[in-house]
Design a protein around this ligand. Sequence first.
Ligand SMILES: *[C@@H]1O[C@H](CO)[C@@H](O)[C@H](O)[C@H]1NC(C)=O
Ligand SMILES: *[C@@H]1O[C@H](CO)[C@@H](O)[C@H](O)[C@H]1NC(C)=O
Ligand SMILES: *[C@@H]1O[C@H](CO)[C@@H](O)[C@H](O)[C@H]1NC(C)=O
Length: 428
Amino acid sequence: MGLPVVIFALALTTVAMALDNGLMRTPPMGWLAWERYRCDIDCDNDPKNCISETLFRDMADRLAEDGWRELGYTYVNIDDCWSSKKRDGKGRLQPDPKRFPGGIPELARYVHDRGLLLGIYGDLGTFTCMGYPGTTLDNIETDAQTFADWGIDMLKFDGCYSNATEQEKGYPLMSKALNATGRPIGYSCSWPAYQGGLPPKVNYTQLGEICNLWRNYGDIQDSWDSVLNIVDWFFNHQDILQTTAGPGRWNDPDMLVIGDFGLSLDQSRSQMALWAIMAAPLFMSNDLRTLNSEARTILQNKAVIAINQDKMGVQGRRLLKEKSEIEVFWRPLSNSDSALVFFSRRSDMPYRYTTSLGKLNYKAGSYKVYDVFSEKLMPGLSDTTDFTVSINPSGVVMWYISPLVPLSFRQNYRVSSLHGGLELPFPL
Ligand SMILES: *[C@@H]1O[C@H](CO)[C@@H](O)[C@H](O)[C@H]1NC(C)=O
Ligand SMILES: *[C@@H]1O[C@H](CO)[C@@H](O)[C@H](O)[C@H]1NC(C)=O
Ligand SMILES: *[C@@H]1O[C@H](CO)[C@@H](O)[C@H](O)[C@H]1NC(C)=O
């Protein structure tokens, strides 16, 4: 039973159904305000951190100047609390005039001038979650057109203050309305999170046809408990979720909180590794102005980004949950490559875990192994050879694995199309 073959067949069956706006063929990457900045509107007392055009300009500067953009982190995304409490005279949403004095089109220009994209937030319902004007069914076309007129590139469409019937109408309607503007706008739907995230209430076939990404589950918080809770939910439901993802259509376990206050260094690597295995959108919610170098190194690790951005777009799986509290995750990649994550849920000391690639369903042969976080290359590992990895408590060891056969004997992918066009830190 060759596990890789089974998964490849699944990948082929999902290819045709993505939303037809040409966007997000690999998981979107960038920055999103919510987890770190919430609804801080107190610009008088907290001018650096309040939701204002200054915050988004600052983050755009950092993304453009500190090497993020080149790695794929291109979206600068606004969340709730950006708008005025009242629509304008023509019934259109408008930004808070004190906090966004230049207006959204000017902010979009600022972001675009730096080679970046601007995302905004709306909410299907009478109010946004924080009580700002929502988008009721009769406002959908107006709001889609306003966002397009402003030069917006992505919409996160939340679902507070609407019921299931309205959501069933509103999420597809917004998809149509965005398309009708003629401007390609990435579409993030919070719909499944409001319906428990699982069939039969959630129709993932339909979601893939109308949204580029969707929030399946609750909001992430700045804590390891929250990260673990999300990881468990996504992998406990992997049989349902895995096949719904693919180019242009992604499950979204929510933002990266690496560089904030709640995660240790090992836990930060774990979040990055597991989000890459899940083919998750990578939206950082942190302060790029003051980010420490450990967090930066993890978030800018080229091998883990290459795994996340793999062109085949197949979401990975948990293969094993050991009694020792070690879990093994696996994701197939283009070109017969793959990624493995060895994750420890222990809380005592580094655990020495012994296995072999054969035991993890790898085909007979030799493999080149690159350790993603220690950045060491192991030249040849046979499927039958036992190896031992030492995994820190709440940490990971992550491997990028290539079969040791010449590229021409593998699959017919063009080398230039591999790995999201990123240059890998090791030779293929
Ligand atoms: C709108 O949908 C059509 C048909 O699916 C597609 O060809 C077109 O590219 C879409 N346009 C935008 C702007 O999303
Ligand atoms: C949902 O809200 C609408 C009002 O927008 C109402 O007419 C409808 O009865 C509600 N449906 C349910 C199932 O509560
Ligand atoms: C789910 O959505 C798809 C595509 O819109 C549709 O063909 C299918 O009938 C739906 N499934 C259910 C169970 O409603």
